[in-house]
Ligand binder design. Structure first.
Ligand code: SF4
Length: 75
């Protein structure tokens, strides 16, 4: 079971692709340059989180898959 649930807020994504640079197995850009999740457990939990933290607009939300607790971004 994946450690994290990944949610992309597409209206916040500006296509900066830093998430893709860090964890391309999880994050990819669609034909409109908006990020989507290719595979929720396509990289280590650390890289999944780092990818989310690299997003300049906080368009990626990370949740604990078991408890649903929001891990990132911190409010
Ligand atoms: S880093 Fe953020 S803005 Fe850039 S592609 Fe990923 S989700 Fe979109």
């Amino acid at each position: 079971m994946p450690k994290y649930k990944v949610k992309i807020l597409k209206d916040k994504c500006i296509g900066a692709a830093s998430c893709v640079g860090i964890a391309p197995g999880v994050y990819q850009l669609d034909d409109k340059n908006i990020a989507y999740v290719v595979k929720e457990d396509g990289d280590t939990p650390e890289n999944i989180l780092l990818g989310a933290q690299s997003c300049p607009t906080n368009a990626i939300e990370i949740y604990d898959a078991e408890t649903n607790e929001k891990i990132w971004p911190k409010d």
